[in-house]
Design a protein around this ligand. Sequence first.
Ligand code: NIG
Ligand code: FE
Length: 412
Amino acid sequence: MRILFKHIKELVQVRKEAVVFVAGQQMKELPTLKNAYLLIEDGKIADFGSMEACPTIAADEVIDATGKMILPSWCDAHTHIVYAGNREAEFVDRINGLSYEAIANKGGGILNSAKQLNETSEEEIYLQSKIRLEEIIELGTGAVEIKSGYGLTIEGELKMLRVIQKLKDNYPIEIKATFLGAHAIPAAFKGNKDGYLQILIDELLPKIAAEKLATFIDIFCETGYFTVEDTELILAAGKKYGLVPKIHVNQFTAIGGVQVGVKYNALSVDHLEVMRPEDIEALKGTPTMPIALPSCSYFLSIPYTPARTMIDAGLPLALATDYNPGSTPSGNMNFVVATACIKMNMTPEEAINAATINGAYAMGLSNEVGSISIGKQANLILTKNIPSYAFIPYSFGNPAIEKVYLKGVEIK
Ligand code: NIG
Ligand code: FE
């Protein structure tokens, strides 16, 4: 099957040479081709170039993209889209003055979602989660990481990871699974955090490894949740089973989690709303990708990750949604890109790089997605008639997408 797009107003994020990720000053460069063609063959990008050089190609379908742009699909490297029920009552509690912390302390928050998840069947969780997956595909996401972490019991965590596996089997979007057993201390282990961690290590990890249910391991390294020592313990245990760390750190307090992530070669350290100079220093020259989650800052009214300081210091940065029922009930990468520009002072070039190529790196998918490169999956966004790519964040909240393609197939 061959599809040829012709007269593309601008083909965005064109990378002829393979790029793993972009950092610092490089993030300001977003290579594009104006008046371009793009050829897709058997689900992959087969060729592209400027229209003047467009060869005569026998294609099964020719699409005239006059006035429209094509971008690689968004790469959302941090989500929790598998969950049961919602928490809009907590949202109203926050409006009425309770803090996210106070809600968690009275048994709400992550423990509220854990209760709902453990009371819901695997089939029902799948049905609820697939709606969210379909929603983000429609919004232009072509690769997504999904975490466990609302089970907090052996059965609950395995149930979540099996739902992620089922989504992976049934949808053409690229999915990577993360084991986040250490998301919160479950009610049954109140006062016995070490006992819970030991169960994760001795009982859950071997099962997850045997069933190959996860690629990554995560922990919420935060005051009141898990310490730096707990983080070391979990990451070391995960490494024994080949699980690569991607961790929640520096959301509310900076306690040294970034340094542990770097020590254990984490693929990413995520949140980073609170960054000390030594945290920025620790990330320099490492393979660890910092990930900002601006929708979470927006929804919780907490500080935004200091993207400007980090990029100006030479660091790379990826953007993701954090789609989850408590701190970010939204999976819209278009909104994330816009918010990064509007609230974090990132340029459209930086934000698009962060949401595509750098997001792909943060899922270990640099060779598969994240740019318009020959051999990569044809996971694409075809825009409406828009004047420029900067119009996407500029017209925040307004839909700029006309069609999305996954592995070369239009998703209806
Ligand atoms: O990434 N910070 C930790 N975990 C999630 C939110 C969890 C929840 O409130 O359900 C996050 O924001
Ligand atoms: Fe998260």
